[in-house]
Design a binder for this molecule. Structure first.
Ligand code: I24
Ligand code: DGL
Length: 273
């Protein structure tokens, strides 16, 4: 059996990226690790996010993965470069694919980016966008209320619309962007609200979708695509509550998850790397 692809996230939000990966790469076997015990990463300082992310990476390296996808925008913002430098396998994050897609989509070269505090403070998106095209102008905005809102299951209705309207007001006031990057795993779940608030003419880019395309390209390039006939059995690991994770994952995927375990990655039990 071929090697699996590792996917890490701060919690369950990365399942949005995992579902897209599984859809675009149906023959690949995935191992997903969500650090739900310590989620959210968005408000945490850089050093903490880097330390937690390395703990996740060590766990997956011990599972002999052939590629690592950092599904979490905050973890990507703070660790992509060092992981690409230190690991012996291809590492992709969610930021560069989203940035590239936005540049393709934008006509006026004015791009908006929304994400957690960590992602926005890191300036990872503006830096990447401007390194691809130095004429791009970026308006970025952190949206701290969005992750808790989605995690409370508030995805539609007046309350949700009100929160999205108030939070995005600074971006609307500028009123120049023609493309908006959803720089957070959770935001695709409220795309209709974001689209409604920003207006139908704005093109909304979901980083996760673009990342799956990038993953396919990289595997093809390395001639590392899987080609077996049997359906892959994916594995899921959480650092938090098993049944809460199962409920969300089963709700999110067409079929119930088969392999799901709680793991400890913060201390004595992490070995091998
Ligand atoms: N969506 C997310 N996180 C949650 C949630 C949700 N609860 C309901 N929905 N809880 O993220 C996070 C806290 N838990 C996580 C598990 O361990 C304990 C703590 C977005 C998920 C994206 C796949 C709403 C909900 C759902 C299923 C699918 C989509 C969704 F339940 F928005
Ligand atoms: N996964 C995070 C991200 O994409 C959102 C949740 C969190 O703050 O941990 O930035």
């Amino acid at each position: 059996m071929g090697q699996p692809i590792g996917v890490i996230d701060s919690g369950v939000g990365g399942l949005t990226v995992a579902r897209e990966l599984m859809r675009q790469l149906p023959k690949e076997r995935f191992i997903y690790l969500g650090d739900t015990k310590r989620c959210p990463y968005g408000p945490r300082p850089e050093q903490e996010v880097r330390a937690f992310t390395w703990q996740m990476v060590r766990f997956l390296l011990a599972k002999d993965i052939k590629m690592l996808v950092i599904a979490c925008n905050t973890a990507t913002a703070f660790t992509l470069r060092e992981l690409q430098r230190e690991l012996p396998i291809p590492v992709i994050g969610v930021i560069e694919p989203g940035a590239r897609a936005a540049i393709k989509a934008s006509k006026n070269k004015r791009i908006g980016v929304i994400g957690t505090e960590g992602t926005i403070e890191s300036k990872a998106y503006p830096n990447k966008l401007m390194s691809i095209d130095d004429e791009i102008r970026v308006n970025d905005l952190s949206c701290p209320p969005f992750v808790p809102m989605v995690e409370e299951g508030i995805l539609t209705g007046d309350q949700a619309l009100g929160i999205v309207e108030r939070t995005l007001q600074p971006l609307k006031d500028m009123n120049h962007i023609d493309t908006l990057i959803l720089g957070c795993t959770h935001y695709p779940l409220i795309t209709p609200l974001i689209q409604q608030v920003m207006g139908e003419s704005i093109q909304v880019i979901s980083s996760g979708e673009e990342t799956a395309r990038e993953a396919s390209l990289i595997l093809a390039y390395h001639d590392a695509l899987e080609n077996r006939k049997e359906k892959p059995v994916h594995e899921f690991y959480t650092t938090g509550d098993l049944e809460k994770f199962r409920q969300i994952a089963n709700n999110w995927f067409d079929e119930p998850v088969q392999v799901l375990e709680v793991v400890e990655i913060d201390g004595a039990k992490s070995s091998a790397y």
